[in-house]
Design a protein around this ligand. Sequence first.
Ligand code: CP
Length: 308
Amino acid sequence: MRHLMSPLDLSKEELDDLLTLASDIEKNPKKYAHVCDDKRLATCFYEPSTRTRLSFEAAMMNLGGKVLGFSSADSSSASKGESVADTIRVVSCYADICAMRHPKEGAPLVASMASSIPVINAGDGGHQHPTQTLTDLLTIRSLKGRLDNLTIGLCGDLKFGRTVHSLIEALVLRYSNVKFVLISPEELRIPSYIREDVLKKNNIEFQEVERLEDALPDLDILYMTRVQKERFFNEEDYVRMKDFYILDKQKMELAKKDMYVLHPLPRVNEISTEVDADPRAAYFKQVQYGVYVRMALILTLLEVKLPC
Ligand code: CP
């Protein structure tokens, strides 16, 4: 039995197979409509979510399966003090696979150790968000036709943005010749473990800059992120940082004609709504890719026999 805690739990070959399966699901959805008719997915979300929880549920329903779960710690017995280990032992009696989001880093890993069903990390604190990374990889591969030889700008809250950490690790350790431009204010720079242990250790070309305008002309992908209000210790710091970057029409004029803008969403103010009509704005397409890739992941972890 396999779990997914990090995108690096998948080898390069497994990642490529999963993305290829997701693309086949996109092209031939009917072929997969009943492959999980007898399966159940549990969504155990101890932290708010719109996309991740609902896309997991949509993914399982698209495969013919059923879903159950809870959407906040308050509505589960966590509010009475139940541990994640006990919770997953119970959920294992009700479902075949579980997607878990938790504010504490490592909580889904603790759950996986007590579980008798596959557990998927659906986001743990400021640490990892592997299924967002799979979504991002599928989006980039579908739009650019490759995951190698790219210059990727990551902009905003690079300190607390778990999607950024997962994406950098996956691109560095599974693909070739990806360069990074890390665009953030001083206080929200990438954590040192990513700078030292992932980027420098693997001799990856990267720069850290503060001005988005300076970075834009060279990018193939711009990955915008919101400032993570829920991870700040005080409101004053958040208010000072929250509107540091606002991507607007004027800034988009500096970018290549075939540069795409991604964002894991939710968006707050960091992308002006006037950018939504630009054909390079890919963040809502990215949401749709998130369903296909989660369908592919459920099939892979459940080892479902695929239709020919
Ligand atoms: N991208 C993402 O994780 O969104 P949600 O927090 O709405 O799940």
